[in-house]
Structures are given as C-alpha cells and as structure tokens.
Design a binder for this molecule. Structure first.
Ligand code: 5GP
Length: 209
C-alpha cells in the first residue's frame, strides 16, 4: 500500500506569483495532484469549468456545506470558495501529495482539521517587488492594486501560523523551495513511526531486555 501523501497548502500575497509556482509544480511532476476548488464567483475569460474551478451557484455551495462535502470554505471578496473533500482524501490515500492553493482563513481551517498538513506562504522578497508584479499583470487599476496591498497588510501577521515561508525571487527558486519543504515534511518522525518502532524494538532486543 502506498504511503499516504502530504497535504500541502499554499497561500500567499496576491501578486507574489503562487499561481505560477503551483502550475509549474503540477506540470513538472505527477507526484503532485492539484485540488480544484468550488466557487460561487463567475468565470474569468479563459477559465474552464473543472480545470480552474467548479463554478457553482450559492444554493449549490450551501448544499455542499450542509452535506459536509467541503474540507474547508471561506468567503473572499463576496464569494464563497471551498475545497471538495472527496478528491483530496482519495489522492492522499493513493500516495499523491495534494496541493491546495487557498487563502489564509481556509488554510488555518485545514491546519485545525489536519495538524499534519504542511502550510506554505509565498511572498516576494520586498513590497516594492510585489507592487511591480501586480502592475506588470496589467489587469488591475491603481486602486485595485492598492486594495491588494491593503489585504496583504491584513494577512502578514498570519504568516507565523505557517510552516515555511517561500520567497519567490523567481519561479525556478520558488518551485524548488516548495519541493524542498514537501520533502522535509516527508522526513517528519510522525510519518516514519513504523520504522522508528522497528528500530526501537531491535535496539531493546540487542540490550537483551
Ligand atoms: P481568485 O478569485 O483570484 O481565483 O481567488 C481568490 C482567492 O481565493 C485566492 O487567494 C485563492 O487562493 C483563494 N481560493 C481559491 N480556492 C479556494 C478554496 O477552495 N478555499 C479557500 N479558502 N480559498 C480559495
């Protein structure tokens, strides 16, 4: 039986480039499975049902909450977002590492339910760089950019609840940091309890006890 995968939650400041990092990670290695969220917001141009999100109505979303079909959910800019439970459970069971790209409230709910989850927070090396990347996207007005910076100031104190800080100097280094953090999580004693138990037993046998 495959060892259960790692549940890795990736949050970060808007504009830090977490979408790019997650896409690279998933495209480069099929050890990782990306969870597709459900949302009540409308699709943006180019977004596809079942690829970027499951786009559903408020009623459908509330039904999913009632039926306990979501691992976590949060309201973000007037819309619901949530992680369907079944896919995550199935993939973890089959040994894949599951990546959730979600905002901070959802990440903290996951940590409560799954204390063994790995929480990663993506930032740029400076606020100047964050603003530069937001401007570069060209899709937002100055006012919207200011709104994203304000939101980042509300999120910054929650970084302490995460397990690792990913400093996205560039996409290559960001992806490498995420991989390293996941590999380090695989080395936790709690994930190697069987081996530790066997070694312990053998050591005590050697002592003749
Ligand atoms: P966007 O509307 O730009 O696609 O996403 C807005 C925010 O919602 C992003 O920070 C994204 O990471 C977060 N998000 C996407 N899916 C989920 C989810 O299932 N749960 C939570 N809590 N946040 C999500």
């Amino acid at each position: 039986m495959a060892q259960r995968g790692i549940l890795a939650v990736i949050s970060g400041f808007s504009g830090a480039g977490k979408g790019t990092l997650v896409k690279r990670l998933i495209d480069e290695d099929d050890q990782y499975a990306l969870s597709i969220s459900a949302t009540t917001r409308n699709p943006r141009p180019g977004e596809q049902e079942g690829v970027h999100y499951f786009f559903i109505s408020n009623d459908e979303f509330e039904k999913m909450i009632e039926n306990d079909e979501l691992l976590e959910h949060a309201c973000y800019v007037d819309h619901y977002y949530g992680t369907p439970k079944r896919f995550v459970e199935e993939q973890l069971e089959s040994g894949k590492d599951v990546i959730l790209e979600i905002e901070v409230q959802g990440a903290l709910q996951i940590k409560k339910k799954y204390p063994e989850a790995l929480l990663l927070f993506v930032t740029t090396p400076s606020v100047e760089e964050l603003k530069r990347r937001l401007r570069q996207r060209g899709s937002e007005t100055d006012e919207q950019i200011a709104g994203r910076i304000r939101r980042a100031s509300e999120e910054v104190d929650l970084i302490w609840d995460y397990d690792a800080l990913i400093i996205a100097y560039d996409p290559e280094s960001g992806v490498e940091q995420i991989r390293c953090a996941i590999e380090a999580a695989r080395m936790r004693p709690s994930r190697n309890a069987g081996l530790i138990g066997t070694i312990r037993k053998q050591l005590f046998e050697e002592r003749g006890e």
